[in-house]
Write a protein that binds this ligand. Structure first.
Ligand SMILES: Cc1ncc(COP(=O)(O)O)c(C=O)c1O
Length: 386
């Protein structure tokens, strides 16, 4: 089998986060430090906060937390709820379960809708739960459950939760905001949160969160302990051109590079690129004779079933060692059974094509035979879709 026309000396980070960063972002990250209590930084911060509102599609303030995405998940709960409150968590993946774990740490009581891994939640099930449990304070759900590659129907879920004035909809958009349609205000999402290492294409270390007016009203009655993650204090600091604690100057500067790019290309165009990468990857997957794992795949990543007889962990390692490409595997009971390819980074057509080409070669070398003509067909089909 001919190796390929593609370059495997270049390292490619094709995970569903952290993701490949552009040269412009890398340059911004290397700029000299400035102090965060300066007029120059006030300008940088205000620019970032405005840009985030554009991407979140909200008129509510969006706050920047110096935490990973999980920090924003925790902030969502502790700023709106109280110990012994009851919430409903949509699980069916690693990150759905995380909300339950955070809630348990604050003695918030949870019920769950345990969706089969790889499937989406049915909004009607949420509706009937809320109808029979009127004291439910919040519903938590991932827009995209990254561990399974599923996109949950957030617009429909929001329509349901909207009927219950004492219930908030908390959406983890860590692998969704920016990359796929999730307009906070239009869809009536009460809390939307995200993380820097996904569609925002900068390093891990910042989280973003926005609260609707309904969610801010919950803040006033919430008695969960909060100090570092006190969102009202954060918002008040933002109104003075500051962050509550020391600001992550370099990360926020890098964030502005990407926000500027999204605004100049427009959000729909930015999301369309992710969608094209996703559709092209899905098409190639099927042409190679492989199966998609998710029943409703998120455009932000493609989860692929590892064929019988192939060890998924060894396949990933082979792809990394020989072809310089990092993709992700499955978690928990899906370890070794699926692989996950991300579409949110600064990914060129060549990166996307090389990834599928080298994946096919790595599969061949792992005992799953694919004809050279089939690989060529998959790559040509992908090219046509990018
Ligand atoms: C959907 C989702 N939620 C939460 C997290 C946790 O984010 P972090 O690792 O930045 O804390 C991730 C991370 O990949 C994620 O994909």
């Amino acid at each position: 089998m001919k190796t390929s026309n593609y370059d495997f000396t270049k390292y490619r980070l094709m995970a569903p986060g952290p993701v490949q960063m552009s040269k412009a972002v890398q340059k911004a990250l290397s700029e000299p430090m400035i102090h965060h209590r300066t007029p120059a930084f006030v300008k940088i911060l205000n620019t970032a906060l405005e840009g985030l509102k554009y991407v979140f599609e909200t008129s509510n303030p969006v706050m920047i937390l110096p935490t990973t995405g999980t920090g924003a998940m925790e902030a969502a709960l502790v700023n709106t709820l109280s110990p012994n409150d009851h919430i409903l968590c949509v699980t069916g993946g690693k990150f759905g379960e995380r909300f339950e774990k955070i809630a348990a740490a604050y003695n918030i009581k949870t019920s769950s809708i345990d969706v089969k891994w790889g499937e989406t939640v049915d909004p009607k099930v949420i509706d009937s739960f809320l109808a029979s449990h009127p004291n439910t304070k919040a519903v938590t759900v991932q827009a995209c459950e990254t561990s399974t590659g599923v996109l949950h129907p957030i617009e429909d879920i929001a329509q349901v939760v909207k009927k219950y004035p004492n219930t908030l909809l908390i959406v983890d958009g860590i692998t969704a905001v920016g990359a796929t349609k999730l307009p906070m205000d239009k869809w009536d999402i009460d809390i939307l949160l995200s993380g820097s290492q996904k569609a925002f294409q900068i390093p891990t270390g910042l989280a973003f969160i926005s609260l609707s007016k309904k969610a801010w009203a919950f803040y006033e009655h919430s008695t969960c302990p909060k100090f570092y993650l006190n969102l009202k204090k954060e918002m008040q600091a933002n109104q003075q051109g500051q962050t509550h604690f020391s600001s992550s100057v370099s990360l926020i500067r890098a964030l502005n590079v990407v926000l500027q790019d999204i605004q100049s290309k427009t959000l729909p165009a930015w999301q369309q690129r992710v969608m094209n990468l996703s559709i092209a990857t899905q098409k190639a997957t099927l042409t190679l004779g492989l199966k998609l794992f998710s029943t409703f795949p998120s455009p932000t990543l493609t989860a692929i079933e590892v064929p019988d007889g192939v060890d998924g962990a060894a396949l990933r390692k082979h792809l990394e060692d020989k072809y310089n490409i990092t993709i992700m595997g499955g978690q928990d009971h899906l370890k070794g059974k699926i692989i996950r390819i991300g579409h949110m980074g600064d990914i060129s057509d060549e990166d996307a094509l090389s990834t599928m080409h080298f994946l096919a070669l790595a599969l061949n070398e792992s005992g799953y035979a694919i004809k050279e003509s089939t690989i060529e067909k998959a790559i040509q089909e992908m090219k046509a879709l990018l």
